[in-house]
Design a protein around this ligand. Structure first.
Ligand code: FEO
Length: 168
């Protein structure tokens, strides 16, 4: 059985992941509106990953005999100052998620809950990749200054990205 505290925190984390899906969809919309459908595709794939992250927690809570409590999803930002600002926000968001996963892991360790600890290891590893990927994308966007031909090249590069559900 999950402790009440871990059940609550897992439900909160699931909500964080659904919110992240929303945030990335909002970023995708920003780039579609700017005729950069390839970069929009990058954020659609991000959104799909976040949905996967949320649903993985959804099923884990149920597998543990816990209660899934869906919460309201906050409104994401819908206005962005520039393409660079979007990628800065994406990286900051991933850093925040890493912190919340680490806090959750701290609680699992404190409670000596081995199943939750083992489950969360996947997220700890995933966050290393998520941060690295967001950091690289931001770095490229900063190099090109978020405009000109470089932006079109990034658009082409990101058009090819697709979502593959990671192995369970
Ligand atoms: Fe679910 Fe991008 O962290």
């Amino acid at each position: 059985m999950l402790s009440n505290k871990l059940q609550k925190e897992l439900n909160n984390q699931m909500n964080n992941e659904f919110f992240a899906e929303y945030e990335y969809l909002s970023m995708a919309a920003y780039f579609h509106a700017g005729n950069l459908d390839g970069i929009a595709n990058y954020f659609h794939v991000q959104a799909q990953e976040e949905h996967f992250h949320a649903m993985k927690i959804f099923h884990f809570i149920l597998d543990k005999g816990g209660k899934v409590e869906l919460q309201q999803i906050a409104k994401p930002d819908v206005d962005f100052a520039s393409p660079v600002a979007v990628f800065e926000k994406a990286l900051a968001h991933e850093q925040k998620v890493t912190k919340s996963i680490n806090d959750l892991m701290d609680e699992a360790i404190k409670e000596n809950d081995h199943a939750v600890n083992s489950f969360l290891k996947w997220y700890v590893d995933e966050q290393v990749e998520e941060e690295a990927s967001a950091s690289k994308a931001l770095g490229k966007m900063q190099i090109i200054g978020g405009k000109g031909e470089g932006l079109l090249m990034m658009d082409q590069e990101f058009a090819g990205r697709s979502f593959t559900a990671p192995a369970e």
